[in-house]
Structure formats: C-alpha cells, structure tokens
Design a protein around this ligand. Structure first.
Ligand code: MRU
Length: 346
C-alpha cells in the first residue's frame, strides 16, 4: 500500500489524495504552513491521518523557532500549536495530537535541541502506534463479520485516512486476512468522492471485491438484502456515543436500522472526546460551496446556493457497537466509552 505520509530526512512527505486514483504524487512539506495547506485542501484527510500530519507539522514549526530561551521558545511553540489546532474543526484527533505534542514539549528538559529531538521521535511513534492500533481494531472488528459478508462503508476510513491499514477498512482487511469471504459496497461519498476514488482504489489494490454505489442508493440496496453489515469510521465520538462522520453517514445508519442491518463504527480511542457530552456540541465543518455546485464538468444552475456540511452526527441509538483497539464497546455508551478511556490512561 502506498504510504499516506512519512518523513524523508527533515521533510514531511504527504500523499496528495486529491489526485487519486489517477496519480500517485507526494507533496514535500518543509514548513508547518504547507502541512496545514494539505490538511485544509484534503490532500491529507481522515481523522487519524490528520492527527499524525499535525504532529509532523508541529515538528517543522518547532524547528523553525529561532529562539534559544526555553520559556520564550515554548511560548512560540504554543502559538504554532494553536494555529495547527484550528486547521480543521471536526476531527478531534487533530486537537488530540496537538495536545500530545504540547504536553511533551512542556515536560521535556530545557534545552531546545533535546525538545526538538523528542518531538520528532513522538511524531514517528504516533505514526507507528496508529498502524498498530488499527490492526488491533481490525482483529476485534473481524469477529463481528460473518464468514461470507457484504460490508457497506461510507467515505474512506482506510489506510489512506490513517497511518496505515485503516479503521473501517482495517476491519474489512482483517476479516479477509482471517479467510472470510468479504465484499465491499463503497458509497461514492459526494461531493469529494472519497468512497468512489479512495475506498474503491484501496480495495481493488487489495484484491477485495468492491462495488461503488451512489449515496442515495443505500435504501434500495438494503431493500434488496444486499448488505450484511455497515462499518464506518468517525471524526469525533461524543461522550454519549453520538458519532460525527462524513456527511451521509446518518442516512446510512437510518437505513440500516430500518432494514435490521448492524451499523458499526470503527475508531481509535483518540477519536472519543469525553469533553464533548453529546453530538449537537460537535463543531461541524462547512466547506466551500463550489465543492457542491459543480461536478465532473457540470454546474448547478447559476444563482443557486449550496449547503456543504462536511460531516453529520449519527445519534448513539443507531450505533450497534463501537469497535476500538481495546475491544468492542456496546451501549450504554456513556459508561462503556468512559471505562475504555480510563483504561487507556493507565
Ligand atoms: O473530509 P474527510 O475526508 O477528512 O472525512 C473523513 C471521514 O469522514 C472519515 O470517515 C473519518 O475521518 C474516519 S477516517 C479513519
């Protein structure tokens, strides 16, 4: 699998996902602003990948601070961290990664050179950890997949959305690796087609059968009994189990409930935000209307406006279970999410 992002010497290399599946090109980021550009334009996207990119971007920011006094250095670093934190609002992994880098810088010894080396190591650790976490999540999730199953997913929660292996697609991969006969239905995921371009690409490369379907077809497809289970990723999970994910996920969950299809969310514990009590408090990104108003060379009628909410919130009662690296969490989520996060802190 092509890497999502990696260090090449002192440069952060980011796979430009806007060009996929046609072209595999990397953007070389030598400063934090370039990493933020990649995050905001969705060259790198997906909650865990955004978190790792933010950590790497902060290493670049840290290196660019030309102050020797450790107190002043930390002030400058904190200011950069706040700029990074604001890059995209919904995926809590971004804030989570920023907090982790800030905490490390605070706890580090005084010498700037030492702090820099520790931040760099931490960013590498976060990338490696993310892959290990996804594999653990995959092992837990694969147990929920029947021997022969068609799995519907929305957006791309695959290797491309993470450090590698994927969350929702990690479950698919692990099930396939366990010898199960899995097929994937990838919602195309308007307006930016993360399903059609990215999920389908990953599955084709992996040799896992995949069919792309328009977002609006989910009900009809389930009516035909073509789906055994749904697995999606998440950008932020509130303390009560409400799930923010790519726009259209809520519709999938509603259809799944209507048709008696299990609806699973696969996400690392870093996506669970106990400081946000419920989904209505999750900030939802609104993107450029142009993403909606034109498509494949066609344009909406001149004078129309657009509603371009990048994410929606699926209420917890529609979520069958949440698959994490620590196991499968069941309702009541207030209790199971808090318990899993508490264990994670030990
Ligand atoms: O706007 P995007 O492409 O960053 O949205 C991505 C999603 O909604 C993913 O499903 C989510 O981040 C989980 S990725 C493992």
């Amino acid at each position: 699998m092509v890497p999502t992002l990696y260090w090449e010497g002192d440069v952060v290399m980011i796979l430009d996902q806007r060009k996929l599946p046609g072209k595999t090109t990397f953007i070389a980021c030598k400063d934090m602003r370039r990493v933020i550009y990649c995050i905001q334009t969705l060259a790198v996207r997906g909650a865990p990948a955004i978190g790792v990119a933010a950590a790497m971007g902060l290493v670049l920011a840290a290196r660019a601070i030309r102050v020797k006094d450790p107190v002043k250095w930390r002030e400058r670093f904190s200011a950069s961290a706040e700029i990074m934190r604001a890059a995209r609002p919904t995926a809590v992994n971004l804030s989570w990664a920023v907090e982790r880098m800030l905490a490390l810088a605070d706890a580090a010894p005084q010498e700037v050179e030492t702090i820099l080396a520790m931040l760099r190591r931490e960013s590498e650790l976060m990338l490696a950890e993310d892959i290990a976490i996804n594999k653990a999540m995959g092992r837990h999730g694969a147990k929920l997949v029947p021997k022969k199953a068609t799995i519907l997913t929305h957006c791309n929660a695959g290797s491309l959305a993470t450090g590698g292996y994927g969350t929702a697609l990690g479950v698919v991969r692990a099930a396939a690796e366990a010898g199960k006969r899995v097929k994937v239905i990838a919602d195309e995921t308007r307006p930016l087609l993360q399903g059609a371009r990215l999920t389908a690409w990953e599955m084709v490369q992996e040799g896992i059968p995949v069919a792309v379907a328009p977002d609006g077809a989910v009900g009809a497809i389930m009516d035909k009994d073509l789906v055994d289970l749904c697995v999606v990723g998440a950008d932020r999970i509130a303390a009560n189990g409400d799930v923010a994910n790519k726009i259209g996920t809520f519709n999938v969950a509603l259809q799944a409930r209507r048709h008696g299809v299990p609806f699973y969310v696969a996400a690392p514990l870093s996506t669970i935000d106990l400081d946000t009590p419920s989904g209505d408090l999750i900030p939802i990104e609104e993107r450029d209307p142009g993403e909606v108003l034109s498509f494949a060379g066609s344009k909406a009628a001149e004078g129309s406006e657009a509603i371009n909410l990048a994410f929606d919130v699926t209420p917890n009662d529609l979520v069958t279970a949440i698959i994490t690296e620590k196991g499968v969490l069941k309702p009541p989520y207030n209790r199971s999410l808090a318990a899993a996060k508490a264990v994670d802190k030990i």
